[in-house]
Design a protein around this ligand. Sequence first.
Ligand code: P1T
Length: 379
Amino acid sequence: MKFNTKTIHGKQHPDFAYGAVMPPIYQTSTYAQTTPGGHKGFEYSRTHNPTRQALENAFASIENGEFGLAFGSGLAAIDAVMKLLKPGDEVISTNDLYGGTYRLFTSIFEGFGIKFHFVGMNNAANIENFVNDNTKLIWVETPTNPMLNIIDIKATATIAKKHNILLAVDNTFATPYLQQPLDLGADIVMHSATKYIGGHSDLVMGALIVSDKDLANRLYFIQNASGAICGPQDAFLALRGIKTLHVRMQRHCENGKAVANYLASHPKVEKVYWPGFENHPNHSIAKSQMNDFGGMMSFNTKGNNYEDAIKVVENLKIFTLAESLGGVESLAGHPASMTHASIPREERIKTGVVDSLIRLSVGIEDEEDLINDLKQALG
Ligand code: P1T
């Protein structure tokens, strides 16, 4: 089955009770038993819920995995991965990543005795310099948030396998429409399903997808034992989102390309970070591991002035100034004060998240309207 069919049919089936084509929202906490243990596969909704299970199967299908798990947020999904570790273990992580992920690693899991190395991965070989006997996990975000760096998943997987380390890839920015990390050798794919998977800015959710049965069982145990599940209503909405993921992504990519090219040609724009440009440092890797380049980008205005950046985001009319990304509507953000404010200033500046940086999530509106909006805001 090809991807565009999988989003609609992959590991999905009409509901067993009445043949409903969309799974009903099973808004129930518990399930009747005829005798202790006598049930139809569902005991309690933290453990299993039919609507969530329908979504988890769809997650597995679109990422070419065997097992999917849905969580109450992207961070809850990352939290579950970290609970595979124990004190003394070490993690090698991308140095440019979502501020909330950095905060979870440094403010919570460092306190539990896990050591993190935040490493520039533009050259995957650099990862090997940080491997030692305690290294248990490599955490990769690609494209990175917000600098749009591209990490070579296949090369990273080769290093991970050589040293028997788990490789997890945060696939939020790319989605499986653009890249499928399990096929490139990753062990775990993670999503903030809040973003492109949901696609309509109406839910908060996380996902994990794996192919290895033992790893899946350990993660299902954590999901049930820690309990950071999503509710059935959100599961229904995310499943509905998945069914149009491919058509939305196609338009995100088209509009993304048009907006990136417009910004790059604008006299007031200093630099645009978008992996589709031939002069992007890892354009060739993006070209080989992604099917297209997506609708996420960041840029600075000339002079790298904080006040100018704030003026631009305040002046936008169609782009909404807001946290988050990946919805049908275009959003603009100021990472230094919004999504990446939890990273110490000197750390984020090292990776390029300067005070003048603006991030765009280009939506699926009319391309001309988006460009005209940027034109008036920059003017
Ligand atoms: O917000 P939540 O669903 O918990 O997902 C966290 C997360 C994880 N990984 C990446 C790459 C992300 O971008 C996010 C959330 N990011 C934003 C809210 C943002 O505006 O960047």
